[in-house]
Design a protein. Structure first.
Length: 118
């Protein structure tokens, strides 16, 4: 089973956790619908849904089940740090089911990253 994912932080090309996407299919760069915000959580960002959101920039990959499991572990899904949920993208990906990892913690007092991280 493969799944299409949107990454916006440390999983992007050139960042610390990108190696977890080794041998996965890069589908292209993408931008979300303007319904989300990124917050600086220190060494990584947190994505949250927000009615007054921005169009967040990131990358889209098709990943296999093994990679998806590794990514869930890295994102702390079992520890309830992040949850993988469907996200709405614009342009070429508007009609595809795409998932991203959403931050589940409090963002009060955290710096807003704007539309890109870092």
């Amino acid at each position: 089973m493969s799944q299409v994912i949107f990454v916006y932080g440390s999983l992007k090309q050139g960042y610390a956790l990108h190696s977890l996407l080794h041998r996965q299919l890069f589908l292209g760069n993408a931008v979300t619908a303007p319904k989300y915000r990124l917050f600086d959580l220190g060494s990584y960002p947190g994505l949250v849904a927000c009615p007054e959101g921005l169009a967040i920039h990131g990358e889209v990959y098709q990943v296999d089940a093994n990679a998806l499991h590794r990514l869930d572990e890295a994102e702390g899904v079992a520890d309830a740090l992040y949850a993988r949920r469907e996200i709405q993208l614009q342009s070429d990906f508007v009609h595809r089911s795409v998932h991203a990892w959403f931050w589940l913690g409090d963002v009060s007092g955290k710096p807003d990253c704007g539309a890109r991280w870092p």
